[in-house]
Design a protein around this ligand. Structure first.
Ligand code: A3P
Length: 329
C-alpha cells in the first residue's frame, strides 16, 4: 500500500510543466525486502502524478531473467546500463550501434516525470526483449515488489553525494527542469525537495544489502578506478563467461568517457535536446566531466562542509563513514 506523507509546503522549483508540478512524499511498508528498515517512514519525494502510476510500477510483472539497474540519479546509470547490456547480450556491438542504450535498457519510471502519452515507459519496459535490462531510480521499497519476491538480479550503482549534487544540479538546470539557481539547488537537495531525494536512505539501504546474492552493489568511484575489475565481477554476477583479453580491451575502450560521449547511441545529450519536453540550454551536455571530485572546484567550501555534516549526521547513526562506502574521494 502506498503511504503519502501529510503535505508540507514544498517549494515548486522542480519545474515540471504539468500536473507533476506539485510533489508529494511517498513510501510503502517495504514487504519482501531482505533488509529490516523503517520503510514506511522512509519518504521519497516524487511528482504528484506518482499516485496514479504507482500501482503499475509496484505490481509490474517481473521475469526471472530480468536485470534491474537501480541508482539514485547521476550516479553513472547510463555507463552501467551500457556495460550491463553489452555483457548480457554477448557483446552485441552491432545491435548497440543500431539503437540507443535508453531504448535497449528502458527507464521504467520516467513516466512519473512527464506525461508520456502513447510512449508509456512502463509498457516499454514490459515489452523489452528478454533478458530485459530495466533502469529505475526508485529506492528499494518503491520498486516493483516482485524484484524482491522473485529474487531477480539487481545492479545498484552509487556515487558520492557531493559529485552527485553537482552533476544533478547541472543536469536539471541545464535541461530546464529546475528553476532555481545552483545555491538554491543545494538547499533543495539537502532538504529532500527534489524528485528522487532524499539521497542517503536510497544509497545507504542498498549498501547495507550489498552482500545479498541477488544484489551487485558498485560505486562510480570504483568504476573510475578499476573498470576492468568491475566488469570481471559483473560478468560473474550475470552468469556470463569470463571475457578474453581482446574482448576486455574492446569493452574498456567502448565504455571510456570519450568514446561514450562521442557515441550517439550511448550519449543521451541529443535525445534530451530533441525531446521537445522543455527548453534545454544550448550548451547542455549529459556527458559533462565524468570524473571523481568535480565538487572540489564546483562547490563552495561552505557547501562542501554542509554536505559533509549532513552526511555524517545520517551515517553517524550507523557508525559508517563516507570513506567506508566510496573510499577516498
Ligand atoms: P558528470 O555530470 O559528473 O559528468 P547518470 O547516467 O546516472 O545520469 O550519470 C551521469 C554522470 O555519469 C555524468 O557525470 C556523466 O558524465 C557520467 N558518465 C557517463 N558515462 C560515463 C563514462 N563512460 N565514464 C565516466 N563517467 C561517465
Amino acid at each position: 500500500m502506498l503511504h503519502i506523507a501529510p503535505t508540507k509546503n514544498i517549494p515548486d522549483n522542480t519545474g515540471q510543466p504539468t500536473k507533476s508540478q506539485q510533489v508529494i512524499r511517498v513510501s510503502t511498508d517495504g514487504d519482501f525486502i531482505p533488509l529490516k528498515w523503517n520503510w514506511a517512514e522512509t519518504w521519497l519525494t516524487v511528482p504528484v502524478i506518482f499516485k496514479d502510476i504507482y500501482k503499475r510500477i509496484y505490481d509490474f510483472e517481473v521475469k526471472e531473467d530480468d536485470v534491474f539497474i537501480v541508482t539514485f540519479p547521476k550516479c553513472g546509470t547510463t555507463w552501467m546500463q551500457e556495460a550491463a547490456w553489452l555483457l548480457l547480450n554477448n557483446l552485441d556491438y552491432e545491435e548497440a550501434s543500431r539503437s540507443h542504450v535508453l531504448k535497449r535498457s528502458v527507464y521504467m519510471d520516467i513516466s512519473i516525470l512527464y506525461e508520456m502519452g502513447g510512449n508509456d515507459s512502463i509498457a516499454m519496459a514490459a515489452e523489452l526483449k528478454s533478458p530485459r535490462c530495466i533502469k529505475s531510480h526508485l529506492p528499494p521499497h518503491l520498486l516493483p515488489r516482485q524484484i524482491w519476491q522473485k529474487k531477480v538480479k539487481l545492479i545498484y550503482c552509487a556515487r558520492n553525494p557531493k559529485d552527485v549534487l553537482v552533476s544533478f544540479s547541472h543536469f536539471l538546470r541545464g535541461k530546464g527542469a529546475y528553476r532555481g539557481n545552483a545555491k538554491e539547488f543545494v538547499d533543495d537537495f539537502l532538504n529532500a525537495n527534489i524528485t528522487y531525494t532524499p539521497y542517503w536512505p536510497h544509497v545507504f539501504t542498498m549498501w547495507q544489502m550489498r552482500a545479498e546474492p541477488e544484489v551487485f552493489f558498485i560505486t562510480f568511484e570504483e568504476m573510475k578506478s578499476n573498470l576492468r575489475g568491475v566488469l570481471e565481477r559483473l560478468a560473474v554476477f550475470l552468469e556470463k563467461p569470463a571475457l578474453t583479453e581482446a574482448q576486455m580491451e574492446k569493452l574498456l575502450k567502448h565504455l571510456s568517457f570519450e568514446n561514450m560521449k562521442a557515441n550517439q547511441q550511448a550519449n543521451p545529450t541529443e535525445l534530451i535536446k530533441n525531446s521537445g519536453k522543455r527548453i534545454v540550454a544550448s550548451d547542455f551536455e549529459f556527458m559533462r566531466r565524468g570524473i571523481v571530485g568535480s565538487y572540489k572546484d564546483e562547490l563552495s567550501e561552505e557547501d562542501q562542509r554542509r554536505i559533509n555534516e549532513w552526511s555524517e549526521q545520517f551515517l553517524g547513526q550507523f557508525n559508517v563513514s563516507m570513506t567506508d562506502i566510496f573510499g577516498d574521494i
